[in-house]
Design a protein around this ligand. Structure first.
Ligand code: ACO
Length: 334
């Protein structure tokens, strides 16, 4: 019999500290009006100095296991999508595993802002191949740790957070189709140049601020509005569905103008494209499961709904997944 992967738990975590556009006006030459009109962002969350990516991931993972009503001992694989690991090694997944009291294999996937979709694919493949029956998939990032708060073109965009889903083996279909893509020729468009093996940290590189994120914003924008509609349609086609079959599109939350353009190009109603960007900014690999958890906890997803997730990010990477919702009401308060 074919084994399917279904989502049986959802959870997320946002740090408490809020950084508003007004706070940023005090740091760089910018304005709330510029930031909101160009991006749709009003505020974002900042991890505390003693909060690492694994802490965000563990909070989201714990909430997800509680929602699914599954014990830590029953998880047989942990995959963490992150591009802001606690440190180069050990993996953030191993540190998170310990914080959650899991005893299963654990590894990280780095696909930047597409990290959740890539990690989801790993979990789905493990279940469909019979290698695992219960996989915790977390997207977690603390990008504000790598953002240059002297660079107004990037520091206004990002926030910290984590979101997760639990995948379990089932007879009924849950995750219907996933399509992933990469285009390494665009690696220079979005990168943290120094600190890795290509350019190890030196005093000079740090003084030149090369250890911070650098982005060609306009090029990334054009890439995003080109690939998102295409890969979403490919994942729908792999699931034998059309755009009109979707109850929700949950896209990576990077810029409201990107979402508006995608909406037009896909021909999907504005009300079906979920956005929480105004309150979170771009939380990278966390943004899709964070948005999903908000929708789900608010009771806005019904059993049988078709939902598409779509992401894009550094790499360049992109990917989309289509899911048929099989869960009942959430096991938690809105
Ligand atoms: N406040 C005020 N002015 C600013 C700011 C700011 N925060 N940032 C830039 N400007 C200025 C620029 O200096 C420029 O001034 P100039 O015309 O005098 O040179 C002007 O505003 C216009 O700048 P653009 O870069 O052309 O602005 P644009 O409208 O393209 O918006 C933005 C920039 C928001 C970055 C947009 O390009 C974007 O959202 N790109 C996509 C980014 C993205 O999605 N990144 C995440 C990828 S996911 C991952 O893997 C991390």
């Amino acid at each position: 019999m074919t084994v399917h992967a279904v989502i049986t738990g959802v959870g997320s975590y946002l740090p408490e500290r809020i950084l508003t556009n007004a706070d940023l006006e005090a740091l760089v030459e910018t304005s709330d009006e510029w930031i909101f009109s160009r991006t749709g962002i009003s505020e974002r969350r900042l991890a505390e100095p003693d909060e690492a990516t694994s802490d965000l991931a563990a909070r989201a993972g714990k909430a997800t296991l509680a929602d699914a009503g599954v014990d830590a001992g029953d998880v047989d694989l942990l995959v963490v999508g992150t591009s802001t690991p606690d440190m180069f090694f050990p993996s953030t997944a191993c540190i998170t595993q310990d914080k959650l009291g899991l005893s299963c294999p654990a590894f990280d996937v780095n696909a930047a802002c597409t990290g959740f979709i890539y990690a989801l694919q790993c979990g789905v493949a493990a279940i469909e191949s019979g290698r695992a029956r219960c996989v915790l998939v977390i997207g977690a990032d603390a990008l504000t740790r790598h953002v240059d708060f002297q660079d107004r073109s990037t520091c206004v965009l990002f926030g910290d957070g984590a979101g997760a889903v639990l995948l379990q083996a089932a007879e009924e279909p849950g995750v219907l189709g996933i399509v992933l893509g990469s285009d390494g020729s665009g690696a220079d468009m979005l990168k943290v140049p120094a600190g890795g093996s290509a350019a190890p940290a030196t005093v000079e590189r740090i003084e030149n601020r090369e250890h911070y994120l650098q982005m060609a914003g306009n090029d990334v924008f054009k890439f995003a509005v080109r690939v998102i509609p295409t890969v979403t349609k490919q994942a729908l086609s792999a699931s034998q569905l059309e755009v009109s079959d979707l109850a929700w599109l949950v896209p990576h939350q990077a810029n409201q103008r990107i979402l508006n353009t995608v909406e037009e190009r896909l021909g999907i109603e504005h009300e079906k494209v979920y956005s929480n960007l105004e309150r979170t900014g771009n939380t990278s690999a966390a943004s899709i499961p964070l948005a999903l958890d908000e929708l789900y906890t608010a009771g806005r997803i019904s059993k049988g709904d078709n939902i598409a997730f779509v992401g894009f990010g550094a790499g360049l990477t992109f990917g989309a997944a289509v899911v048929r919702w099989t869960k009942n009401a959430p096991n938690k308060e809105a």
